[in-house]
Design a protein around this ligand. Structure first.
Ligand code: MCA
Ligand code: AMP
Length: 492
């Protein structure tokens, strides 16, 4: 169970990081050294929480797998988060050790000092000799991924080794992952999309991952044009950015890049709805029919268009292997007819164990043993279509799930803000863009620039409002609750 790194061909390149390549055998031995180092004489970390702040690359893989092998719970953190966001993750999960890299160490070591959490790099923890590593059952906790939701602070979703294996296996089967696959990894590695769908599936299959610390479109496209990759996975925003980028290039270069995409065996879109226009523009440019799928941090992937078969634009396809899906209507009845909407509920070995330290939230998220996603869908001609979410307080921007409540709570600390409501407004690039409506104390004014400047360092930059409207008072219903749908027209 703890060997999710392929061991069939040790000499094969597992990871490319800049000019460096790392074989499976090399990574395996580094993981064992690191696991032995963090164990520091103990036999098992016994689910101690080890957080890490490392961009995509060999150190990330070493830390993730090393913590798993040592019996710890791995907590990948957002390398670009604000300090208060890291603090919430470290304290709420009771983190006992932080691993950073040369670049990130400086930004988090002050916080770790204040919280008395030991911090070091991967190299600091590589043991000279390998000690016996614990044998882990699939029911053991393996990872915590922080996810925003309908609460103001992100919750830590805990997956077991068994959950992770099931999340990987269903995709290996459905998308026919192969040892000769090569995939670029530019997605953030504190979310399931990057961690499971790209990195873990590739390393399980014995494929090769090109790790990129961030999305660099020209560099990525040059590699695509050179036919480096066979599989490509991204959020819809990245396809929009690619389409825009391609349109700026001279014809020959654009054609070479489009040809590179055309030659791949698979292009996947997910984490947010892929607009039909994006599907069509991508098909017209590259000939690729994007495979759109649906998932969530708590469940891995659940629905997917087929690898072989019709991929319908605007639909997320059918149920993945070993996953059970039901739709439940507002009265709690199971939907039995096509065309009737209901909330997506999931039962599957891929479904997470719990929210860390939050039994109440865990219990509230299940009904009769089924995980309640909060997403509303309908089946039409055998294919699921996502219609929206049951909560107005969740915003999907560029694939990130953001909590309007979390952003509102931060903005309320602004000395001039009396009332605030945050909503997601339709945006071609981001899917939804964060927009704030504020009522001010006194008769001052506020510009978007002022507000964004004030947010700097207090929130991850992608959560900072992109639009602002100042009003006299927020519209409220008889219960005193802000009527959020009535705010969206302010931005039209
Ligand atoms: C960057 N910016 C954003 C976002 N990303 N604004 C809103 N929403 C965003 N998602 C802003 C920055 O704050 C910055 O603003 C400016 O854009 C440039 O930032 P930069 O980092 O250079 O942008 P980028 O590299 O072009 O990033 C865009 C991105 C990134 C590559 C699309 O957002 C991304 O990697 N998104 C994927 C997220 C993801 O993997 N989600 C999976 C979770 P300023 O200039 O003002 O500072 S969902 C999941 O895991 C489930 C299981 C699933 O189904 O997959
Ligand atoms: P996260 O909680 O960050 O893992 O994001 C999961 C959420 O992203 C889901 O609950 C959906 O709301 C949304 N999502 C993921 N994939 C899709 C998709 N293909 N279409 C529409 N929404 C999606």
């Amino acid at each position: 169970m703890n060997h999710v790194l392929n061991s069939d061909r040790p000499d094969k390149v597992a990871l490319v990081e800049g000019d460096n390549t790392f074989t499976y055998a090399h990574i395996e031995s580094r993981i064992e050294q690191f696991a032995s180092g963090v164990l520091a004489g103990r036999r098992d970390l016994e689910e101690a929480r080890v957080a890490f702040l490392i961009p995509a690359g060999v150190d990330y893989v070493t830390a993730l797998h090393g913590v798993w092998r040592a019996g710890g719970i791995a907590i990948p953190l957002n390398v670009a988060a604000a300090e208060s966001e890291w603090e919430h993750c470290l304290t709420s999960a009771g983190v006992t050790q932080v691993i950073a890299d040369a670049q990130t160490l400086g930004s988090i070591e002050g916080l770790c000092g204040r919280l008395s959490i030991p911090i070091g790099t991967v190299s600091d923890s590589l043991a000279d000799s390998v000690s016996p590593l614990p044998v882990l059952s699939p029911t053991r906790r393996a990872m915590i991924v922080f996810t925003s939701g309908t609460t103001s602070k992100p919750k830590g979703a805990v997956t077991t080794h068994g959950n992770i294996a099931a999340q990987i296996e269903t995709l290996i089967t459905a998308w026919e992952w192969r040892e000769d696959d090569v995939i670029p990894l530019f997605l953030p590695l504190h979310h399931v999309h990057g961690i499971i769908n790209v990195l873990s599936c590739a390393l399980w299959a014995g494929a090769t991952v090109h790790a990129m610390p961030k999305l660099d479109l020209p560099a990525l496209c040059a590699q695509v044009a050179a036919d480096t990759f066979s599989v490509f996975m991204a959020v819809p925003t990245i396809y929009v950015k690619l389409i825009d980028h391609l349109e700026t290039l001279e014809e020959g270069e654009m054609e070479r890049i489009c040809e590179g995409f055309a030659n791949m065996r698979l292009n996947v879109s997910g984490s947010a709805a892929c607009p039909v226009e994006v599907f069509e523009e991508w098909r017209d440019l590259t000939g690729q029919m994007l495979l759109e799928r649906y998932g969530m941090t708590e469940i891995g992937m659940a629905l997917s268009n087929p690898y072989r078969g019709e991929r319908r634009p605007g639909y997320v396809g059918q149920v993945l292997p070993d996953v059970a899906v039901r739709l439940v209507d507002e009265e709690g009845g199971i939907v039995t007819e096509e065309g009737t909407p209901g909330e997506i509920r999931i039962q599957s070995p891929t479904v997470f164990l719990e929210y860390w330290g939050n039994a109440e939230a865990t219990e509230a998220s299940f009904a009769e043993g089924w995980f309640c996603t909060g997403d509303i869908a309908v089946i039409e001609d055998g294919s699921y279509r996502i219609m929206g979410r049951s909560s107005v307080d969740i915003i999907k921007s560029g694939g990130y799930k953001l909590s309007a409540l979390e952003i509102e709570n931060k903005l309320l600390a602004h000395p001039q803000i009396a009332e605030v409501a945050v909503v997601g407004i339709a945006d071609r690039t981001w899917g939804e863009a964060v927009a704030a409506v504020v009522a001010l104390k006194g008769d001052g004014d506020m510009t978007l620039k002022d507000l964004r400047g004030w947010c700097d360092g207090k929130l991850s930059s992608y959560k900072v409002p992109k639009q602002l409207r100042v009003v006299g008072a927020l519209p409220r219903n008889a219960m005193g609750k802000v009527v959020k749908p009535s705010l969206k027209p302010l931005f039209e």
